[in-house]
Design a protein. Sequence first.
Length: 276
Amino acid sequence: MTRRSWGWHLLMVLILLVLLYPVGWLVSASFKPAEEVLAGLSLLPSHPTGDNYTQVFAGVAGYSVWHYFANSLVISVGAVLGNVVSCSLAAYAFARLHFRGRGPMFGFMLSTIMLPQHVVLIPQYVIFQKLGMVNTFWPLVLPKFLATDAFFVFLMVQFIRALPGELDEAATIDGCGPVRTFRYVIAPLLRPALITTAIFTFIWTWNDFFSQLIYLNDPGRFTLPLALQIFVDQTSQSAFGPMFAMSVLALLPIGLFFFAFQRYLVEGVATSGLKG
């Protein structure tokens, strides 16, 4: 390796350490007593303790931490399935099918990416309230089955447009209609984009706090982010150690999910027309 190459590697390592320091400090703080957390910014605990995790696993607001894990998992998996199915079908229609108004509809769909979530919050809440779905998981999962995430539709449209049109023509010659063409030709080739959609949807849904705070009122239906807030509030004192311990537990599934599918994430972005 040349001197310039060594310099670039050293720079990347230093940047990585800076970026990972907050995560390392969070994990370390989860093993510190409260008074040691407030004492300073030392990375390693002077008097390690597992009491923080003991308090977390003892339960929050009368429910086990695994109960909140299950709620988060149900919502996240439902959102992943909804986005993967609905966004892929919508993207196939925009990229391959010819119908009246396709261009304006695609442009309108893209314009929703720039629309702030808070603008549609009240109308959506009123709709779900009239349907009797408030304080259920439906408001958090059902929109995903309606292709409401325009970013993922655009991602898949770019991917499908990069596929040779001769594949569709060959399928048509073999007697396949649009549905069978999508199922047997496009969908298998769409796997990198589907996995990319699944990864981002899972991470964003798992970490979501605002939407879940709006629609979920019963502590028995709360997810991990909401349970973390309850745990902090119910103590009537600054329980920093248990708060950090629960934060670490909430981060674990995201880290495992990302490391398991990271190579598909890079492949999906690189082949979807989004690279610079």
